[in-house]
Design a protein around this ligand. Structure first.
Ligand SMILES: Cc1ncc(C[n+]2csc(CCO)c2C)c(N)n1
Length: 224
């Protein structure tokens, strides 16, 4: 099965990122697909992911602040809304069902891999512009989209998690973010954006964020 098409910039960045396969086909992902990932590892990952989402909601809010157009502001604020009102409460709910209450979840000590990734993305936004932020955020959004599309229908104990990212709603979000990025590049850099040095520099950011996603999965496998 070929990967979904989430846009031109994403495809160029992905095909140039050395660790893209290491991220989207990581052993943690394969264990989710087979259903033999130990529950303790999944919960450890989910607790860290809750902290991660807090920072990603901040990063998307920063993207709203760094937007140039109404369409950019709408897309960024819609993502903040989805994160804060859907994805984060879902983590709270799953953890509560496993005996980790909201207070314990909020008190989670952040793992170094989590610190590295989230602060890298926030720093891209603080010291860079909207494009820097998008390049740093794209691996997270689209990587989970590719993983969901590939694992769709796998069944097993992690099927809820898989089908969240395989579902039409999440796949539509990946396409929307892909269009947002292509539009933002054309708006700021002009129609020849793909051939400019700046586009290559943004690709480096994308590759670094991809490397940090590999570290996040690795943390999920090891640090229980
Ligand atoms: C380590 C890690 N990477 C990516 C995602 C997926 N994700 C995080 S924020 C966001 C944007 C809109 O919901 C998406 C899809 C995750 N949960 N954890």
């Amino acid at each position: 099965m070929s990967a979904p098409d989430y846009g031109r910039a994403f495809t160029l960045w992905r095909d140039a990122a050395p660790l893209w396969q290491a991220y989207t086909r990581h052993e943690f992902v394969e264990a989710l697909r087979r259903g033999d990932l130990p529950r303790a590892n999944f919960l450890h990952y989910l607790r860290q992911d809750y902290v991660f989402l807090t920072h990603f909601a901040r990063a998307w809010a920063l993207a709203a602040a760094k937007s140039d157009t109404l369409a950019e502001m709408q897309a960024a604020s819609a993502t903040v809304q989805a994160l804060v009102h859907h994805e984060m409460p879902l983590h709270v709910q799953i953890c509560a069902a496993e005996g980790i209450d909201a207070q314990a979840l909020e008190a989670t000590t952040e793992a170094p891999a989590n610190l590295a990734y989230t602060r890298y993305v926030l720093e891209a936004g603080y010291s860079g512009d909207f494009l820097d932020l998008m390049a740093a955020l794209a691996p997270c959004v689209m990587g989970y989209g590719e993983i969901g599309a590939r694992l769709k229908g796998a069944g097993g104990p992690y099927s809820d998690w898989i089908e969240t990212y395989a579902g039409a709603e999440y796949q539509a979000l990946c396409h929307d973010v892909g269009s947002l990025i292509d539009g933002a590049l054309a708006h700021r850099l002009g129609p020849d954006w793909a051939s400019l040095p700046r586009f290559g520099q943004l690709g480096q950011r994308f590759a670094t964020a991809t490397r940090l996603e590999v570290g996040f999965w690795q943390m999920g496998l090891e640090g229980v």
